[in-house]
Design a binder for this molecule. Structure first.
Ligand SMILES: Cc1cc2nc3c(=O)[nH]c(=O)nc-3n(C[C@H](O)[C@H](O)[C@H](O)COP(=O)(O)OP(=O)(O)OC[C@H]3O[C@@H](n4cnc5c(N)ncnc54)[C@H](O)[C@@H]3O)c2cc1C
Length: 515
């Protein structure tokens, strides 16, 4: 097979002037990219590492209104997120599905308290509600989650939210963007902001595979680099004051036996006043998260031992048997791009969830928000960019835009993420060859990731096209040589490339094992 990357670089260098350039290929950048290209704007997206490499592959995997925001009284935010949840389920039924959540209670008086709150949650979702919440007695709660600690259990409230696979949604947005004529490139960090008469007029970027530096011009440049927005703002204005303060959230992944079913557990108030989820995900149990202020940003944030202890202790207060350190298959951390209140001029702040900022030179920065509202964020930023750059006005089409692979008849297992592409994936070599006995993946998926999804490294495949690194870090390390071999075949790489890829992946994966 031939390498698809040279044609992408050619498409970029052949274009003299873009309408919009987006820096960053996470939820924010990809959402903005789909919004821009479907309005007819010529759009280029540049990603430094890989789509979803940042915070967007490290979430709790929920498309949700946020029961926590409801408790805090942020009704508008909850309503907006529930609306987006409903739209996404319609526009990507292969990626978002309903999941039941149980709030288990050990005190009688809490049942009506949570019951009324979740009826309000249902009501705020309006006609896009998934399924109505309801109270369960003690036995009903145990039927849903047989591993709940039975002593003192009074019952629970069952409510519904959406669940998804975050980096697969990122890849689906990439494919949607490309299908509408957008051009996107990974391993392409932006290294400079181009100015003409003091106005932002484009970017320079580095092709990490060839070492070449390229220039791309555009009418509007959007900085959607998540926790890295300050670095890009400082390329634009050297003395720009930092606007972010990162906060870390950790998840652990353990076997399915800790929930023993398909219902998630929601702990509404942890000892530090937050919520904690234990959710069934790809045949495992994902438990998190934490909220730890961090002094600096990092591409590969590392979980703190205290965060792992906190998750194990909180989950252990509800589950029997309690998960222990030796049960952990993988542990991963993500950084929330929290905006410092004083960094934002209120008149430029369009929503309390996400923040938009235009610099004096015209660079537009988008940060904050959550996966659930990526479409709304994209809509807001493209409205602003079109206005600032004088692009012809065009209505948004994303409210009812079906995402790539849209299909309602999808299998319930891991194959569902391919949607209508599934038949083509299954037709590739290795569709019947399992990658590893304890992982759900087949060798054909590696070929698909390289040919159709811009996977460039073993990490791209095992961390984000497939979720092997998060599901079982040790098993993912064991598969790395075979993944490198298949990729080398697809991309025409030599043995040295394979050895380096395997070494780099094993170093990375070691950080996903508890110490
Ligand atoms: C622990 C945790 C749990 C969460 N759970 C949920 C959840 O369940 N549901 C939900 O809706 N939301 C959730 N969120 C929020 C959501 O994940 C984030 O808001 C969202 O992923 C942020 O996306 P982003 O695109 O802004 O940033 P990122 O995903 O970090 O993307 C930024 C991208 O910019 C790239 N980049 C950086 N510098 C450059 C450069 N110079 N040139 C080019 N590219 C560059 C990076 O490589 C990166 O890929 C959670 C967040 C955390 C931390």
């Amino acid at each position: 097979m031939s390498d698809p990357r040279p044609a992408l670089i050619q498409a970029i260098t052949d274009t003299i002037d873009w309408d919009v350039i987006i820096i960053g290929g996470g939820a924010s950048g990809l959402g903005a990219a789909v919004e821009a290209v479907t309005r007819g704007y010529r759009t280029l997206l540049l990603e430094a590492h890989d789509y979803g490499k940042g915070t967007s592959s490290r979430s709790t995997k929920l498309i949700h209104g946020g029961v926590r925001y409801l408790a805090q009284g942020h009704i508008h935010l909850v309503r907006e997120s529930l609306h987006e949840r409903g739209l996404l389920k319609k526009n990507a039924p292969h990626l978002v599905h309903d999941l039941g959540f149980l709030i288990a209670t050990y005190r009688f008086w809490r049942l009506p308290f949570y019951g009324i709150g979740l009826k309000l949650y249902d009501w705020l979702a309006g006609r896009l509600n998934l399924r109505p919440s309801r109270a369960l007695g003690r036995q009903g709660a145990l039927d849903r989650i047989p591993t709940l600690k039975p002593k003192g259990l009074k019952g629970g409230i069952l409510y519904f939210d959406g669940q998804f696979d975050d980096s697969r949604l990122a890849i689906t947005l990439l494919r949607t963007f490309e299908a509408h004529g957008g051009v996107a490139l990974n391993a392409a960090p932006v290294t400079g902001i181009l100015k003409v008469s003091g106005r932002t007029a484009g970017v320079t970027f580095h092709d990490d595979e060839t070492g070449k530096v390229h220039t791309a011009r555009a009418k509007a440049v959007i900085n959607a680099t998540g926790i890295f927005v300050d670095a890009i703002r400082q390329l634009d204005t050297a003395d720009a004051a930092p606007m972010l303060t990162p906060s870390q959230g950790v998840h652990i992944v353990v076997g399915p036996q800790f929930l023993a079913g398909s219902t998630a557990l929601m702990v509404p108030k942890t000892s530090d006043g937050r919520v904690l989820f234990a959710v069934p995900w790809h045949g495992r149990t994902l438990i998190g998260t934490t909220d730890t202020p961090m002094p600096a940003v990092a591409l590969e944030p590392r979980p703190l031992e205290t965060e792992i202890d906190f998750i194990l202790a909180t989950a252990g207060a509800y589950m029997t048997p309690a998960p222990t350190r030796s049960d952990i298959l993988s542990v991963f951390a993500g950084l929330r791009p929290l905006v410092k209140a004083r960094a934002v001029n209120d008149t430029k702040k369009l929503s309390r969830e996400h923040t938009l900022l235009t610099s004096d030179s015209g660079l537009i920065t988008l940060t904050g928000g959550k996966w659930t509202t990526y479409r709304r964020m994209g809509l807001d930023i493209i409205d602003l960019a079109a206005n600032e750059a004088g692009l012809p006005s065009a209505p948004s089409r994303t409210e009812s835009l079906r995402l790539h692979g849209w299909s309602e008849s999808v299998p319930a297992d891991h194959w569902r993420v391919y949607g209508s592409d599934l038949r083509e994936v299954l037709a590739l070599d290795g569709a019947q060859t399992a990658l590893h006995p304890s992982l759900p993946y087949s060798e054909a998926e590696i070929r698909w990731a390289v040919r159709c999804e811009q996977a460039r490294t073993v990490e791209d495949v095992l961390a984000r096209r497939l979720r092997a690194l998060l599901l079982d870090a040790r098993a993912s390390m064991a598969t790395a040589p075979r993944v490198a071999e298949i990729m080398a075949e697809e991309l025409g790489r030599d043995d040295v490339w394979q050895v380096r890829q395997v070494e780099a992946f094993r170093r990375l994966a070691d950080g996903y094992l508890p110490k």
